[in-house]
Design a binder for this molecule. Sequence first.
Ligand SMILES: CC(C)(COP(=O)(O)OP(=O)(O)OC[C@H]1O[C@@H](n2cnc3c(N)ncnc32)[C@H](O)[C@@H]1O)[C@@H](O)C(=O)NCCC(=O)NCCS
Ligand SMILES: Nc1ncnc2c1ncn2[C@@H]1O[C@H](COP(=O)(O)OP(=O)(O)OP(=O)(O)O)[C@@H](O)[C@H]1O
Length: 199
Amino acid sequence: MIKVGLTGGIGCGKSYVADLLRRQHISVYDTDKEAKRLMMESATIRQGLVDRIGERAYTPDGALNRELIASYLFASPLHAERINRLVHPVVQDDFLQWVDKQNGSLVVMECAILYESGFDRLVDEVLLVRAPERVCIERVMKRDGASETQVRARMAAQMSDEERCKRAHYIINNDGNSDVEGILRDMWMKIGGGRLHED
Ligand SMILES: CC(C)(COP(=O)(O)OP(=O)(O)OC[C@H]1O[C@@H](n2cnc3c(N)ncnc32)[C@H](O)[C@@H]1O)[C@@H](O)C(=O)NCCC(=O)NCCS
Ligand SMILES: Nc1ncnc2c1ncn2[C@@H]1O[C@H](COP(=O)(O)OP(=O)(O)OP(=O)(O)O)[C@@H](O)[C@H]1O
């Protein structure tokens, strides 16, 4: 089974690409979503978050206080490291268990911080999605109702596109003017060696 990492900075369009892949019946592990589930379910993470951020890391009804955690995490590299070190090993184990349950010849891990987290070690090939910084910022401001400062704080906790480009195997431009579906189809034939369409 080929494992493909789908990465790119905030707002580049990873989830957009992931949805196109799901429509082709490819299983995609959504790291953002699964990390938040595990931050609710894992007793180790819960305790660690309360120790680092305080009881308010969870709301009175037990949900994740995303706003507070985000303001802590994106305030400094030290804070980000503390949270990442707590959460990422649990996500890694969960991903590997998920992979074991999949049947296809190819699966995808969607993760903005694939290289920063070391999750690139878990995949065979990396597909990078790119868009100009201004486009990414505007997309996220519109999608999340976030301020430019909030988006830039998240970008600052991530690797530059220049660095990602050096390491990725495939690059897809999602600036809003390219035929992403067509490019993806061709690229996918190369990655999957055509096996994809035999599933
Ligand atoms: C801070 C949290 C609560 C914000 O939740 P929210 O629903 O607003 O955002 P969401 O999880 O959908 O993430 C949106 C984007 O933010 C960026 N982002 C999220 N976590 C990180 C991080 N640790 N470092 C850098 N960028 C990050 C990514 O571009 C991501 O795609 C949440 O992102 C979180 O708990 N992050 C820590 C766990 C983590 O590292 N998750 C990401 C991959 S494992
Ligand atoms: N080619 C496109 N055409 C139109 N809208 C797009 C395109 N690509 C992305 N978008 C929109 O831009 C926003 C950001 O895209 P998306 O959520 O896929 O980014 P992301 O890389 O997954 O971001 P994050 O790192 O926050 O998870 C979404 O609202 C999405 O629908």
